[in-house]
Design a protein around this ligand. Structure first.
Ligand SMILES: NC(=O)c1ccc[n+]([C@@H]2O[C@H](COP(=O)([O-])OP(=O)(O)OC[C@H]3O[C@@H](n4cnc5c(N)ncnc54)[C@H](O)[C@@H]3O)[C@@H](O)[C@H]2O)c1
Length: 471
């Protein structure tokens, strides 16, 4: 099929590249000329595994880049809107980017097309898009609106797209459903998975989904709600286990053991039970606010979501308190910070808890030397010059009063601990992502503090610090 994807960001680029790999003709549209130039020149503007391979495979053949939305619409049978939906001051999603796309394409809707919401949007957006396109002169028989929420996770976005748990398609009639079924047929029929050059299936332990995936057809409204409800539920799971981790700290239990015990229940499952410094990124924080606003507008006060957000914010404060309790005073302390991205595997720093913590530590007078495998360039643009950026984890650790692990990059879980021990000023690791076994850290001469687990202490910590840690 001929498909236009509007918005060449994290979702749009991955969607376009994957559709091309499924055999479709894709035109990726963006209004950022600089981004388009970079893409045409062969650059890959985001860090995402397998994306460079897919773009190299299809650039110039099945993928084209364009700034001309009207022409792209005219040439396409389906137009996927994947522009941003950031939060407004009041927490509602800012739908002005989506609206401007709807307005712009309306003049080019000249024969039957399906306009697909890929962005995460509040319920009823499909009706608004339809209204805007009609208001701007398109014939009602020339288009349908579909909702096709995206569940990819940054860091594993390509394999999440190609090996999804499910594909959700919200439509109001069979004609649009047929187009959507055809688009995803290479996945749902299993054809893609039999191909020799298919992007390999991720480790089953990481992604225990069955192939081919199920395509779930719903109403557009239900599909819109499925996306918000999914993200809210996942954020709730994170806040839940973070709250349990806090109780573990208070009573001296080990949250990892508790997670093993809870996660073994098939009704709960082990995934997403990872205590840490809280969720961040461009989705959960804004989607929770938006879902709360949507619920309120619909007459339901979804107070559970407020608590999920409160626990998430408290989690960062608790971590900061932990740093204080370990180091006593912070002014002038040198910290080796490992990780700036909001999660491992991505260069995305939007709403990154790591960055928020670094900013707080700077305010308290710490000196920070930081390293991230992919997010350094983006972080440089927003961090003050006072933050030193190191070329690797070992440089960041040099002379540090303590090492802070803030992002769960795989490379941070397999550091040469003896080398690290020789570089630091004091052998103290405060791990916000529970990447290490406390006993191993102790064997390598580190005092190790993590989330929801008793600290492993090389040195005799002052009684006050122990008390603070418990509180
Ligand atoms: N990032 C994720 O992990 C993720 C996952 C699932 C869903 N989503 C949702 O997908 C949507 C996009 O997210 P993203 O992270 O890809 O955003 P992004 O900011 O990375 O990309 C948005 C792109 O849209 C372009 N754009 C904006 N207005 C435009 C216009 N009028 N015409 C053409 N291009 C335009 C921007 O230049 C940018 O390149 C959001 O609604 C988000 O909530 C994101």
């Amino acid at each position: 099929m001929r498909i236009a994807v509007v918005g060449s960001g994290y979702v749009g680029l991955v969607t376009g590249a994957c559709f091309a790999d499924l055999g479709h003709e894709v035109v990726l549209v963006d209004n950022d000329e600089q981004k388009l130039e970079a893409l045409r020149a062969g650059e890959v503007p985001i860090h995402e595994k397998f994306l460079p391979e897919l773009l190299a495979r299809h650039r110039g053949h099945r993928i084209k880049f364009s700034g001309d939305l009207q022409a792209a619409t005219r040439d396409s049978q389906a137009i996927f809107i994947a522009v941003g939906t950031p939060p407004t001051e009041s927490g509602d999603a800012d739908m002005s980017y989506v609206e401007s796309v709807a307005r712009e394409i309306s003049g080019a809707v000249d024969d039957y097309k399906v306009v697909v919401e890929k962005s995460t949007v509040p319920v009823y957006t499909n009706e608004w898009i339809r209204t805007i396109i009609l208001r701007n002169g398109a014939h009602p028989d020339h288009f349908d609106i579909a909702s096709n929420p995206e569940f990819l996770r940054e860091g594993t976005a390509v394999t999440d797209f190609l090996y999804p748990d499910r594909i959700v398609v919200g439509v109001e009639n069979e004609r649009a459903a047929q187009v959507m079924r055809q688009i995803y047929d290479p996945l749902t029929s299993g054809w893609y998975y039999g191909r020799g050059d298919a992007i390999p299936r991720p480790d089953r332990a990481m992604s225990p989904t069955e192939v081919p995936p199920r395509l779930i057809v719903t109403s557009a409204k239900s599909a819109e709600l499925i996306k918000h409800a999914s993200n809210a539920f996942l954020a709730m799971k994170i806040s839940f286990i973070n709250a349990v981790a806090s109780i573990c700290e208070n009573v001296g239990a080990d949250v990892q053991q508790v997670c093993d015990g809870i996660g073994a229940d098939s009704r709960i499952g082990p995934r997403f039970l990872n205590p840490g410094i809280g969720y961040g990124g461009s989705c959960f924080p804004k989607d929770l606010l938006a879902f709360r606003a949507v619920a309120k507008e619909g007459g339901y006060d979804f107070r559970l979501l407020e608590e999920v957000i409160r626990i998430n914010e408290e989690q960062r404060r608790r971590f900061l308190k932990k740093v204080r309790s370990v180091l006593w005073t912070l002014r002038g302390k040198r910290l080796g910070v490992l990780g700036l991205a909001f999660k491992g595997g991505t260069d995305d720093i939007r709403e990154s808890p790591a960055l928020l913590l670094v900013e707080e530590l700077l305010r308290e007078g710490c000196r920070v030397c930081a390293y991230d495998p992919a997010a350094m360039d983006r972080a440089k643009e927003v961090l003050p010059d006072a933050v030193e950026l190191a070329p690797d984890a070992y440089h960041a650790a040099k002379g540090a009063d303590a090492i802070l692990i803030l992002t769960e990059w795989e490379e941070f879980s397999s550091l040469d601990l003896d080398r690290l021990r020789a570089l630091v000023r004091y052998p103290i690791v405060i791990d916000g992502r529970n990447l290490y076994d406390p006993a191993t850290m102790l064997e390598h001469g580190f005092s190790y503090y993590s989330v929801g687990r008793p600290p492993a202490l090389c040195e005799e910590a002052p009684a006050r610090a122990r008390a603070q840690e418990r509180a």
